[in-house]
Design a protein around this ligand. Structure first.
Ligand code: ATP
Ligand code: MG
Length: 431
């Protein structure tokens, strides 16, 4: 029996002393038999190791029955190797089959000449993720999330964890998922907007959360899911959108720096090059954006216009990241703070796509009620939102940033589904 408590990784093998005995475990990706020799390619999370069995190894014959993707543990002696996987290999002393894989495999995931299509890959995501290139995306995601948490902790934010369930009809909209809930109908939150504002009214002052949001997005696009991970940030005692932008640009830069520093092998594997944008990011007003794009003032800048604007800004400022600010009143929500007819709104555009939206919220009860009336909404229907503002609300604002979308654009992935372990859309609800 191979002792798993002594297990090392394939990258440890490359650091091990020649002649020492070590234990590895993982998946058998390939095996080759040449007379009295056998070569196995063993894969674990860190990479590959070449295992060589010679005639001294008793079970040489049995290795022929070892199917691809079976899980094994091996004990062996570290040797120098001529193989291209690192400079060292393992001469097999003992092998134990921990789980035998059936053949053929339902999908090919090692990227041969024929690429498996995305839908089939997602049906067998557990196999798809064995592809080191796919795994690399999630190694980067993990580093990215770690960098986000670190950024907010270093900057004195409290982490909040809010509910994803609310009363149906609270926030209207066709994108709402409604579900039966005992004797009621509830809705899954489309955003944490209400909660993060309540948390400001509660006195957290600076708070953030990384959680899921749900939207019944009916169309198939490369950047929309029905369940996505969102970073929600809210800050009190702000004076305009300046601080919101500063927080976002510093956040993006520190995340990009962390990924660039900690994910060198993954970025190489994914052929992704990271350019860290310079601070501060350019700020383009909605009025100027419409002029640049030759659009009628007050037009909602959609996906295609965002791309065009991104290219124009890149030409002028040599950057992938900029803010679109000062939205006209016709595009703002009732809860936004306004300067006359201009809403204190800010979108962050990165690599030609919106990755976050935010702004300062109206915290003064009377003005809020007026804005609701001006938008032809009924204040009675919005009492759940407005009542807390009667009891002392600080000036506040923040933003919501799509985590999946951020990763998608950092790595130049063609589809947001590549950035999520188990993506959900109109059709896909499993596995
Ligand atoms: P879009 O215009 O791209 O549909 P939005 O303006 O509706 O986005 P917001 O409500 O501003 O989105 O949400 C904040 C951020 O959450 C977006 O900038 C984006 O990064 C992300 N996001 C929004 N909807 C989705 C979705 N369906 N799937 C993945 N990410 C999303
Ligand atoms: Mg938005």
């Amino acid at each position: 029996m191979v002792n798993l408590s002594r297990r090392k990784s394939t990258s440890d093998l490359q650091k091990a002393r020649i002649g020492s005995t070590i234990v590895l475990a993982g998946w058998v990706e390939k095996s080759k038999h040449l007379g009295k020799l056998a070569f196995l390619s063993l894969r674990d999370r860190e990479g590959y190791a070449q295992i060589v069995a010679n005639k001294k190894f008793m079970g040489l014959q049995s290795l022929k029955d070892l199917t691809r993707e079976s899980v094994v543990s091996v004990k062996g002696k570290v040797k120098t190797s001529k193989a291209k996987i690192g400079g060292k290999e393992l001469e097999l002393i003992e092998l134990e089959v921990l789980s035998r894989a059936e053949v053929p495999l339902p999908i090919e995931f090692l990227g041969g000449t024929v690429e498996t299509d995305m839908s089939k890959r997602l049906d067998y995501r557990y196999l798809d993720l064995r592809n080191p290139k796919v795994l690399a995306i999630f190694k980067v995601r993990s580093v990215m999330l770690n960098a986000i948490h670190k950024f907010f902790r270093d900057n004195d934010f409290l982490e909040m964890q809010t509910s994803k369930i609310s009363e149906a009809g609270a926030e209207g909209g066709a994108e709402l998922f409604k579900l039966p809930y005992f004797k009621k109908t509830i809705a899954l939150n489309q955003s944490q907007q209400l909660y993060k504002q309540l948390i400001m009214i509660s006195g957290f002052e600076k708070a953030y959360e990384i959680g899921t949001s749900y939207r019944a997005e009916k169309s198939h696009t490369h950047r929309h899911l029905t369940e996505f991970w969102q970073l929600d940030v809210e800050m009190s005692f702000i004076d305009g959108i300046g601080e919101i932008m500063k927080t976002q640009e510093k956040l993006l830069v520190s995340v990009l720096r962390a990924v660039k520093k900690e994910c060198k092998p993954e970025l190489e594997l994914l052929k992704a090059n990271i350019d860290v944008p310079k601070l501060p990011f350019p700020k383009i007003s909605h009025v100027d954006a419409c002029k640049l794009l030759k659009l009628k003032q007050g037009t909602d800048i959609g996906t295609e216009a965002e791309r065009k604007l991104g290219n124009l800004v890149k030409k002028k400022y040599k950057t992938d990241a900029f803010f679109l600010i000062n939205f006209p009143e016709n595009l703002t929500k009732f809860y936004a703070m306004h300067d006359g007819k201009i809403g204190r709104y800010v979108d962050l555009i990165y690599k030609n796509n919106e990755i976050s939206s935010g702004g300062q919220r109206e915290h003064r009860y009377d003005i809020l009620i007026n804005q609701i009336k001006n938008k032809k909404l009924n204040p009675k229907d919005l009492e759940f939102y407005t009542t807390p503002f009667k009891f002392g609300a600080p000036p506040h604002g923040g933003f919501g940033m799509g985590i999946d979308r951020m990763l998608m654009f950092i790595l130049n992935l063609p589809n947001v589904r590549e950035a999520v372990l188990f993506p959900r859309d109109v059709e896909r609800t499993g596995p």
